[in-house]
Design a protein around this ligand. Structure first.
Ligand code: SAH
Length: 245
């Protein structure tokens, strides 16, 4: 399908490298946000910062679809690692998202989004495969050889910063038969909006911390030194894989 691709970044340093590469950049203000229209490697894109938290990210995504007519949404950001094998510097490509703080029980099963009849919002299989391929090609862009994982990412309006909290979330989600790899604050909201509009969605998160007591410190260091390199490399590698716009 033709039409621009939205590239959502979680944080300004990650977006900066993309803005610098944008061909024919045009800045548009909407909903208190700045959107950048242009081309990356010839492919029409709209760049935006998701903003932080589920509601903010949902607003940004809705604006991208309604006002800019994007045909697919790709998210790059950072997240806390949860799975034992998911270490700082690794990449996690999402195959689905769950809101770990959604709880309308006993009216609805724990984690289920009311009236959707589902707790898990899957990503688009084809776009996810292209993103995973772009990630694979970019491993090492940050100077070491990290691992690429693919699986479930959790979102909630909470920066998870203690092992106790990370363990609590992990066990609750496992109780519903789900095995999470990472936790962040936006992806499930973007996935839900894309689901509503029938727009393809894929997401990758670089692991900035282990959602533990060191997370705030690890996070800051990581965003500045590593995440921005990945965002640039992965998006650059993804562009030629997308359908022509
Ligand atoms: N210092 C930042 C705030 C970042 S909030 C600023 O001033 O802009 C943390 C961001 O990183 C969120 O967007 C979230 O999606 C992600 N994240 C990274 N580690 C996380 C963790 N341990 N728990 C929850 N979200 C995390």
């Amino acid at each position: 399908m033709s039409g621009p691709t939205a590239i959502l970044s979680a944080l300004a340093p990650e977006q900066q490298g993309l803005i610098e590469q944008l061909e024919g950049p045009q800045q548009v203000q909407r909903a208190g946000r700045t959107f950048w229209q242009g081309r990356l490697r010839g492919h029409p894109v709209v760049l935006a910062l998701s903003r932080i938290g589920k509601v903010a990210a949902a607003t940004t995504t809705t604006a991208l679809i309604e006002a800019f007519g994007v045909q697919r949404v790709v998210f790059t950001g950072v997240a806390g690692g949860l799975g034992p094998a998911v270490q700082i510097g690794d990449l996690v490509v999402a195959d689905a998202f769950v809101q770990h703080d959604m709880d309308a029980s006993p009216l609805f099963p724990r984690f289920e989004v009311p009236l959707y009849d589902q707790h898990r919002f899957p990503c688009d299989a084809a776009l996810t495969q292209q993103l995973a391929q772009a990630c694979q090609a970019s491993l090492g862009a940050a100077g070491r050889t990290p691992r690429l994982h693919q699986g479930l990412i959790l979102s909630g309006d909470q920066f998870v910063s203690t092992t106790q909290e990370a363990t609590r979330i992990q066990s609750a989600v496992r109780g519903a038969g789900l095995e999470p790899l990472a936790v962040e604050m936006e992806g499930a909201a973007v996935a839900q909006v894309c689901h509503d509009y029938g727009i393809a969605f894929a997401a990758v998160r670089t692991i900035s911390d282990r959602a533990d007591e060191a997370s705030a410190q690890d996070f800051q260091h990581f965003v500045t030194h590593v995440a921005s390199h990945y965002a640039r490399a992965v998006v650059g590698a993804l562009m030629p894989l997308l359908p022509a716009g």
